[in-house]
Ligand binder design. Structure first.
Ligand SMILES: CNc1ncnc2c1ncn2[C@@H]1O[C@H](COP(=O)(O)O)[C@@H](O)[C@H]1O
Length: 288
């Protein structure tokens, strides 16, 4: 394990709210328990449980979103998640997250993303290379370490970029809002769009207009595809020829052939697939 931790790595499939430290989740849940927003004893074991079915995973995300969806917390978890990946020697991190509205906290999708950006800037244990809006002479936006604490020693460096996720529960209009936000933030480290969320919820056709719009405007797209058996949707997603695919657990022979002929890379999610039982064991995992 030490060797795995020490080699430089690229992380392309990290959901912000899926990467929070247990200790942070417990602390935040305890706080909300004290404010009587939730009952801490009801949620503690849910947070600490290791193996969860896909259905349980998405129930947990609903709970996590109640716990985390305010500006200060979004900033905190972003900072911690980046520091944790850097401590495992991830050198390029593409962090994805679903911009959320939370009227009770005065949060819009944009202010959610601004809190994420603040979290990136708040990272202190490592130098973060991230484009920031220092436009000099009105021209180029350059990538610079945002925390360059030069003291004569070489500090660890992590390159961070962001993907904005569309949740499969969202409407066409909500998906379009996310794509437009991604376009506005393209010079601020946003490199693409992800379609994710509970794979048994929603229809591909709902998201297609927003995804086409994203593509027309030059954003790259990654799709959660084939996490559950759904041959029709897999076909439709392959017809779209996304830049990348996540999971691909339930691909048939023809799907693999098409995917290979289009040269679409797959973000393999070994641990996730086993713990959620999308794949029964590592021996039969399609990564092999
Ligand atoms: C286990 N496999 C999965 N399959 C599909 N979507 C998933 C996922 N794991 C996470 N998400 C998506 O990411 C959100 C949490 O991070 P953010 O709030 O966006 O930062 C979840 O609500 C879900 O939409």
């Amino acid at each position: 394990m030490e060797w795995f931790a020490s080699i430089p790595k690229v992380e392309l499939h990290a959901h912000l709210n899926g990467s929070i430290r247990d200790s942070t989740l417990l602390e935040l849940a305890r706080d909300l328990g004290e404010k009587h927003v939730i009952v801490f004893s009801d949620v503690e074991h849910v947070i600490l449980k290791n193996d969860r079915s896909l259905t349980e995973v998405f129930k947990l995300f609903d709970l996590i979103h109640i716990i985390t969806t305010d500006h200060g917390t979004v900033k905190r978890i972003t900072k911690e998640v980046i520091e944790d990946f850097a401590s495992e020697n991830v050198i390029y991190l593409e962090l994805r997250t679903t911009p959320k509205r939370n009227d009770s906290k005065g949060m819009t999708k944009r202010s959610y993303m601004e809190a994420v950006m603040e979290g990136v800037r708040a990272v202190s244990t490592v130098d973060v290379v991230f484009p920031h809006n220092n436009v000099d002479a009105g021209s180029h936006i350059i990538s610079v370490p945002v925390n360059d604490m030069c003291n004569g020693t070489t500090r660890k460096k992590i390159y961070v970029r962001l993907l904005l996720s569309i949740d499969r529960r969202e409407s066409t209009a909500a998906a379009m809002e996310t794509v437009k936000l991604a376009l506005e933030m393209r010079d601020l480290g946003v490199v693409g769009i992800d379609l994710s969320g509970n794979p048994v919820v929603g229809e591909w056709i709902t998201f297609l207009p927003a995804l086409k719009f994203a593509r027309e405007h030059g954003l790259d797209i990654t799709l959660h595809c084939g996490e559950v058996p759904n041959p029709k949707e897999i076909q439709a997603m392959l017809d779209f020829i996304p830049q990348r695919i996540g999971h691909a657990c339930y691909f048939g022979e023809d799907d693999w052939k098409r995917m290979k002929s289009y040269k679409i890379p797959v973000e393999i999610c070994l641990t996730s697939n086993i713990t959620t039982a999308s794949v029964s064991s590592l021996d039969v995992h399609h990564f092999g």
